[in-house]
Design a protein around this ligand. Structure first.
Ligand code: HPA
Length: 270
């Protein structure tokens, strides 16, 4: 059996007939979004055989499933990253398992550094597109045509309709959101000044160490995706002090409240 089928079978057993349609993958400091769920079904990653474990401070490492605003959701409270030693293909197996569970839409959030002097720490950026500078790809390896094609289209990997809806709802809720391109590096080190400069010239607005493998995998298997970055710091060289993970967590919790309100509304409407 493939790993994605095994993850699916195990999750399905835990979920006991509950069939989520929307998945949320929640990054650093943003895991609290899942705490809105009443009477959740909680499935720790450690309870799923062979499931990649999340080892980052601020990432709980569990699925939280239940109903938000009338919609059945499955949240990944904490994600797995390449810099923890996980392969991009393992992330694809998780997304395939979500697809098998019946997930149609995916909302991803992350913490990111700004590459754009106009995009300040504490702001929310809706991801309009990405640049994959992780030097790997979740779709490398034999292709299973039942999920998607060998050569996958990425022209709508951040779904246009979902983006339009998010913009409308942000306006309604008076929540300011920026739009921009997310550039992924593998990490775990923060960027050099030269890298931040280069990535800005390449067209990135924000830089982070996650999300792209999930989004490529979701686009590949036909799951419509919406993504948000919480800008926790200016990229190296665009701010005076050195980068730290504590700062990332503190700034993320500030913008999280607004983003949680927005995502709740989006869930209601999709
Ligand atoms: N670089 C990469 N990843 C990040 C950053 C950053 O500056 N901030 C939060 N995640």
């Amino acid at each position: 059996m493939t790993k994605s089928a095994s993850f699916y079978n195990q999750l399905k057993q835990h979920l006991n007939g509950f069939a989520p349609e929307i998945a949320l993958i929640l990054g650093s400091g943003l895991g609290e979004l899942a705490d809105n769920i009443k009477n959740p079904i909680i499935v720790p990653y450690s309870s799923i055989k062979d499931f990649p474990q999340s080892s980052v401070v601020g990432h709980k490492g569990q699925f939280v499933c239940g109903v938000i605003n009338g919609k059945k959701v499955i949240c990944m409270q904490g994600r797995v990253h390449l810099y923890e030693g996980h392969k991009a293909q393992e992330i694809c197996q998780i997304i395939k398992a979500l697809k098998l569970l019946g997930v149609k839409k995916l909302i991803v959030t992350n913490a990111a550094g700004s590459l754009n002097p106009k995009l300040k720490a504490g702001s929310i950026m809706m991801i309009t597109d990405h640049i994959n500078m992780s030097f790997t790809n979740p779709l490398i390896g034999p292709n299973d045509d039942s999920f998607g094609p060998r050569f996958s289209d990425m022209s709508n990997s951040y779904d246009q309709e979902l983006q339009a809806l998010a913009l409308n709802l942000a306006k309604e809720e008076k929540i300011k959101i920026h739009q921009g391109v997310y550039l992924m590096v593998s990490g775990p080190n923060f960027e050099t000044k030269a890298e931040v400069k280069a990535f800005g010239i390449l067209g990135g607005d924000a830089v982070g160490m996650s999300t792209v493998p999930e989004v490529i995998s979701a686009a590949y298997c036909g799951i419509k995706t919406l993504g948000f970055s919480v800008i926790t710091n200016m990229g190296t060289g665009l701010q005076k002090s050195p980068q730290s993970h504590d700062e990332t967590l503190a700034m993320a919790s500030k913008a999280t409240n607004s983003l949680a309100i927005l995502i709740n509304k989006i869930i209601e409407r999709i």
